[in-house]
Design a protein around this ligand. Structure first.
Ligand code: ATR
Length: 343
């Protein structure tokens, strides 16, 4: 007996997605070794058949292998059933993360992603991280051409500052902004989310489960495997913060038990209750966890529950990211007039 996954309008340009998506990153990257391809294809098909049709990938996951995996999963009539989101601009080179948003790179990245995904068009194409050496208008100018050519349907930004969102939106309407938003990552609430709402832009929260910590707590590190970057790169998982952050997980468990749901469901339900313009993309590599997460859509939270949850992670210790990521707080781009390159 499954529940029907609701659909929402994401942004004001006509894109409609499932109220919850599927983050595909961990199938291929950052969370340990790549998971077996046939299992992941089964999982993706299970998601689509359950109504979770909003799939999230990036050329940075693998790199490249996650898009190839999604491409395979979309064979045999699945493509038409999904809203396919991918991203560009970030790559790892000579031991560090680089970002490029210049027009030649935008085009090359998109055409390469289309080949790997083996599709004619990407439904939602995000700038994964903002290149702070290129005016956002220049990046958007090329993305707009890709829309006109039919290679991309809708444009999104990830980890973009409010001022970058406004400038981008003036060049071509932005459909969605992807941002970390969860019980313990709420810095977007003050200005970024209100900016999206003012402009009619949909919100796609990533890491709604705190990368798994809000679901399983410190247990997630018991089986930590090689290639799982979370323990090393996420300050909240460092030993000096872990004991304290464990208390947050324990509070979630207590409240989840009283609501008769799982910790993941409680964390996701909180995100779902933040609005009809919000579609979180929890990542999972397991069908059972996917089912659990779909169940979050049936969890009803009262005003009192929301109030209780709103203070639950007030004492979180550690930043959400270390050096590996440029976050929206330092992602403004230079003025358009300063651009000396080709537009
Ligand atoms: P990220 O952006 O890092 O993918 P996330 O979506 O907040 O972060 O959380 C993903 C993590 O939560 C994954 O490690 C996933 O583990 P599995 O691949 O083993 O499922 C874990 N996770 C997702 N849903 C879960 C659930 N219902 N119960 C337990 N763990 C879950």
């Amino acid at each position: 007996m499954g529940m029907i996954v609701p659909r929402i309008k994401l942004g004001s340009q006509g894109l409609e997605v499932s109220k919850q998506g599927l983050g595909c990153m961990g199938m291929s990257a950052f969370h340990g070794p790549p998971k077996p391809e046939s299992d992941m294809i089964k999982l993706i098909h299970h998601a689509i058949n359950s109504g979770v049709t909003f799939l999230d990938t990036s050329d940075a996951y693998g790199p490249h292998t996650n898009e190839v995996l999604i491409g395979k999963a979309l064979k045999g009539g699945m493509r038409e059933k999904v809203q396919l989101a991918s991203k560009f601009a970030v790559f790892h080179q000579d031991g560090k993360w680089e970002t490029r948003g210049d027009p030649a790179y935008v085009r090359l990245a998109c055409e390469s992603s289309l080949k790997r995904l083996d599709v004619d068009c990407i439904d939602l194409y995000y700038v994964h991280r903002i290149d702070t050496s290129v005016p956002i208008e220049i990046t958007m100018g090329e993305l707009k051409k890709l829309v006109e050519e039919g290679k991309v349907k809708y444009i999104g930004l990830s980890e973009a500052s409010p001022s970058t969102i406004r400038r981008a939106h003036a060049v071509h309407p932005i459909t969605a902004v992807q941002i970390e938003w969860s019980l313990w990552s709420r810095d977007a609430e003050e200005e970024l989310i209100p900016t999206c709402r003012e402009l009619g832009i949909g919100i796609v929260p990533y890491s709604p489960l705190g990368s798994g910590f809000l679901s399983v707590g410190p247990k997630m590190f018991e089986t930590a495997s090689q290639g799982d970057i979370r323990k090393a790169f996420y300050p909240r998982f460092h030993d000096e913060n872990l004991e304290s952050n464990k208390l947050i997980y324990e509070k979630i468990c207590v409240m989840a038990a009283s609501k008769g749901c799982s910790p993941s469901q409680l964390a996701l339900a909180w995100v779902h209750h933040r609005g009809d313009d919000v579609s979180p993309i929890p990542g999972t590599t397991k069908i059972d966890n996917l089912k659990d997460n779909v169940g979050a859509l049936s969890v009803k939270l009262t005003r009192e529950d929301m109030a209780q949850l709103s203070t639950l992670a007030d004492n979180v210790k550690g930043e959400r990211y270390a050096s590996m990521a440029r976050t929206w707080k330092n992602a403004d781009t230079p003025p358009l007039e300063s651009w000396k390159g080709e537009a």
